[in-house]
Design a protein. Structure first.
Length: 714
């Protein structure tokens, strides 16, 4: 090793149980172990990850040294200065070393996340470093063999790496002529069976494994390994063992040897139904960034291999955290009444049971915030916890359903408007039924889905209109606003927006909000999604939304044959006026507000109307030709929509009776529909009758006279 050990005073040991560094020999022993470990990681990246690239492991070197550090700055500096700069990359500067040291001091309970983050920030480290750290469970101490008596001084055994232990205890005893360095070893003391047994023992000393029996529901029959950094069992046990064997057993890592170790590990860790049920955490506990969280109570426990979690989210739980930026974003892209429902939907993804029998459909034309919201949800729960199958896939592809096993959510942001015929699989996925998922080249799996189904679309696919069991499963959320120069609101650049709403503190606030929602549901016994549309209302909205232009035409247009009228102008409407009527209709009916181009294409394709678009002088006062649709006219409702929107540059539907009139809270917001209902029930009512009974101020008397004159007899 290059470098020299700087002079510094030996400091007193604050905790005698720690492995402090207080001699040059200690430093040299540490660096030997670090050197072996760095070479192991380098081989791991090359052989297992297929990364043939130069990388700078300063961060990992610092992490590997960290378990021996005793918080003294001088010791860290001394250790780092001994690293071979030519072989392992440039060493850190003094200021960078200090930042690494401070980050390490912030780390708690062996969690070196801050240390890695700090190292990444001070040096342009290749991404392979972070990948290696994650695959190594982000904790170098997993690879260190500690003595049972932590009070002993630093010995040859203390700090021995896993590769060193395998060489000393297995390879040198099994193949002494090839590996042994001691002249005292005369011949092998282990045969192959003993070597396999000892190798399995070494692995089980460092990791916890679970091999589900083939008949265990919701588990794939694969070797699972416990990830201490995330608190979950991952189905990568066999891959992990094979990768480790390649490095630890060196040239003895033959296919036959590795297969025997894997098979023995599977047999020794076989777990059947009853054992799994005893250790399954239940649907309301989930591994989060700082422990295992009870979503009903907010109680937080330490990770433990005795609890079989398979899903985690990388968000810390702090009960007082808030998510003001996320809240502002949600209110910006959807109706206020839909925001609580969206929070509950996100909370629903964290439950490992489908408690609601509901799926979400987010509808709206492009540039309206749907994609950013879905991106937010996926970042919050983690891409590894999300599948992305479309509704059409789930109802027609025999292999699609298996993708949902173990996922927290199925999020699809580009659902086709194609007709959905077979809805039985969809009902099972939202109904808590046992479902069989086919997997190519593997045995089918049986599981109960708990992945919350969330779909987004510019429109709504056609579905069977008489199936109420289908309609009661949907929650329909409209995204009514368009962002951009030609939209309703100013657009925020994606990167700027996501930096604001997808930060760690916002996610911690969102998790706290999810716990609040689940806790309230659990304590109150109410429906998980209260205050949502009834199945009949959902059916009506979605049938209209599946073809909103047809719904508009049915309610707001009359079909007129140009040959049946005296004046051509009586068989046409200005295109701008028709599009405006549709926009107002969509807002009133809570339907998607589509682009002008798409609207024009849709309205000309209506089979019940012979609509053509042309430029004509028939609707203008002069020689200029104006674009118009022929073959249709706005009916009474269509005219009312446009006329009231144009009146006094206001909007009687939504403004004059909502904002300008002084309406008492006890009757809510008095808009035109309330006035119309009153007049229909009291056709002889005068303007003064309507104003007094509905508590409308005199300031709006002019607009009110127009309304009463149109609808009333008084």
């Amino acid at each position: 090793m290059e470098g020299s050990y700087p002079e510094h005073d030996t400091v007193d040991v604050v905790n005698p149980d720690d492995n402090s560094i207080d001699s040059r020999e200690d430093i040299e022993a540490i660096l030997e172990a670090v050197s072996n470990e760095v070479e192991l990681i380098d081989e791991f990246l090359y052989t297992e990850k297929n990364m043939n690239t130069t990388w700078f492991p300063s961060a990992l070197v610092a992490q590997l040294i960290a378990p021996w550090m005793h918080w003294e700055w001088a010791n860290v500096s001394a250790a780092l200065s001994m690293i071979d700069a030519q072989k392992y990359g440039d060493t850190l500067t003094e200021s960078e070393e200090r930042r690494v040291h401070l980050a390490y001091r912030k780390a708690e309970d062996g969690n070196y996340g801050d240390l890695i983050t700090e190292c990444e920030s001070v040096e342009a480290i290749n991404a392979t470093v972070n990948d290696a750290a994650e695959r190594l469970d982000r904790n170098a101490s997993d690879y260190i063999v500690h003595d049972d008596d932590p009070g002993e001084k630093f010995t040859e055994r203390r700090g021995m790496t896993l590769s060193m232990r395998v060489r000393k205890d297995i390879l040198e005893q099994w193949k002494p002529n090839k590996y042994a360095r001691s002249e005292e070893v005369d011949g092998p003391t282990l045969d192959k069976g003993d070597a396999v047994q000892m190798m399995v023992g070494v692995l089980e000393d460092h990791w916890d494994y679970v091999m589900p029996a083939g008949d265990v529901k919701d588990w794939r029959p694969r070797l699972h390994v416990f990830n201490e950094a995330r608190g979950i069992y991952e189905p990568r046990g066999e891959e992990q063992v094979r990768g480790l064997m390649e490095h630890l057993m060196q040239s003895e890592s033959t296919t036959a040897m590795v297969d025997e170790v894997v098979k023995k590990l599977k047999r020794r860790n076989l777990v059947r139904v009853r054992q799994l049920e005893q250790r399954e955490p239940g649907p309301f506990r989930i591994a989060v960034g700082n422990g295992v969280l009870d979503l009903r109570t907010g109680e937080l426990d330490d990770y433990t291999a005795d609890e079989y979690h398979r899903a985690s989210i990388d968000v810390n739980y702090h009960p007082t955290a808030e998510c003001g930026e996320i809240d502002e974003f949600m209110h910006d892209v959807m109706e206020d009444d839909d925001v609580p429902t969206m929070y509950r939907a996100i909370a629903h993804t964290l439950l490992k049971e489908y408690v609601s029998a509901k799926a979400l459909l987010l509808v709206g034309e492009g540039k309206n915030g749907k994609s950013r919201l879905l991106e937010l949800v996926e970042m919050f729960i983690g891409e590894h916890n999300v599948s992305g199958r479309s509704l059409q896939d789930l109802t027609s592809d025999q292999y699609a359903a298996s993708d949902l096993q173990g996922a927290l959510a199925n999020i699809n942001g580009d659902m086709s408007e194609q007709q959905v015929r077979n809805t039985s699989t969809f009902k099972k996925l939202t109904g808590g039924d046992r479902i069989t998922g086919d997997i190519k080249w593997e045995k089918p799996v049986k599981f109960e889905n708990h992945a919350t189904l969330i779909f987004a679309s510019n429109g709504v696919p056609e579905m069977p209109d008489n199936d109420m069991a289908l309609w009661r499963r949907w929650i329909y959320i409209n995204f009514p606003y368009k962002f951009g120069p030609d939209g309703d609101k100013e657009a925020v650049p994606r990167r700027k927006l996501m930096r604001r709403i997808a930060s760690d503190d916002q996610f911690e606030g969102l998790l706290a909000r999810c716990v609040e929602e689940i806790g309230e549901w659990w304590e109150s016994g109410r429906d998980f999604f209260p205050n949502v549309d009834t199945p009949t209302e959902v059916r009506e909205r979605m049938l209209k939304a599946s073809d909103p232009v047809y719904a508009f035409a049915s309610d707001c247009l009359d079909s007129v044959n140009p040959e049946d009228v005296d004046e051509l102008s009586d068989a046409m409407e200005r295109t701008e006026r028709v599009r405006k009527a549709y926009s107002l209709y969509a807002s009133e009916e809570n339907l998607p507000n589509i682009s002008a181009e798409r609207f024009g294409s849709k309205i000309k394709s209506l089979s019940d109307y012979a609509v053509e678009r042309r430029r004509t002088t028939a609707l203008s006062d002069g020689p200029n030709r104006e674009p118009a649709y022929t073959g249709i006219r706005l009916n009474q409702r269509g005219h009312e929509l446009v006329e009231y929107d144009e009146m006094n540059e206001g909007d009687v539907r939504n403004a004059s009776l909502k904002d300008e009139y002084e309406i008492p809270e006890r009757i809510g917001t008095a808009h035109r529909d309330q006035v119309k209902q009153y007049i229909e029930e009291n056709p002889e009512a005068t303007v003064e009758d309507v104003r007094e009974d509905l508590f409308i101020s005199k300031a709006a008397i002019d607009e009110l006279e127009v309304v009463v004159d149109r609808w009333g007899d008084g």
